[in-house]
Design a protein around this ligand. Structure first.
Ligand code: DQA
Length: 145
């Protein structure tokens, strides 16, 4: 099973950006954590991060026919992007939405998620461990098929 982990804008700034909200773990160490988690579960994983909406859409499209599950933290595009929603719907690859922070308890604009409608589950407010939970959800979903 091949998993693609997509991170949107500013997630490359993890460890630096608002550590009281997003923690002190860097983006690099997050990728290392996910990589070793997947290795232990014999799952293939690849990563993509971009600050650009169109690049995120391209990445989702390029996953078609190649990737079995997507973990996506679209960052701020969560709350605005019909294009990312449509891309996820277009490829219809099982996807899990992840947010490091508890978006549903933050500002009102963060409580709206466009991508949620194309995802089989959402994990929010569990810090970076949420990415691992999302992988478990996808692995379980894949195993059921
Ligand atoms: C985030 C929450 C978003 O509202 C924010 O714009 C982010 C990160 C999270 O992981 O908690 O960039 O997706």
């Amino acid at each position: 099973m091949k998993i693609l982990v997509i991170n949107g804008p500013n997630l490359n700034m993890l460890g630096i950006r608002e550590p009281d909200i997003y923690g002190r773990e860097t983006y690099k160490s997050l990728l290392e954590k996910i990589e070793s988690y997947c290795k232990a579960k014999s799952l293939d994983v690849e990563f993509f991060q971009s600050n650009h909406e169109g690049s995120l859409v391209d990445c989702i499209q390029e996953a078609y026919g190649r990737i079995d599950g997507i973990v996506i933290n679209p960052g701020a595009y969560t709350h605005t992007s019909v294009a990312i929603l449509d891309a996820l719907k277009a490829v219809s690859i099982p996807a899990v939405e992840v947010h490091i922070s508890e978006v549903d308890k933050r500002e009102e604009f963060r409580q709206v998620s466009y991508v949620r409608a194309a995802c089989i589950a959402t994990v929010a407010g569990h810090g970076t461990d949420g990415y691992l939970e999302a992988i478990d959800i996808l692995a379980e979903n894949g195993a059921k098929k």
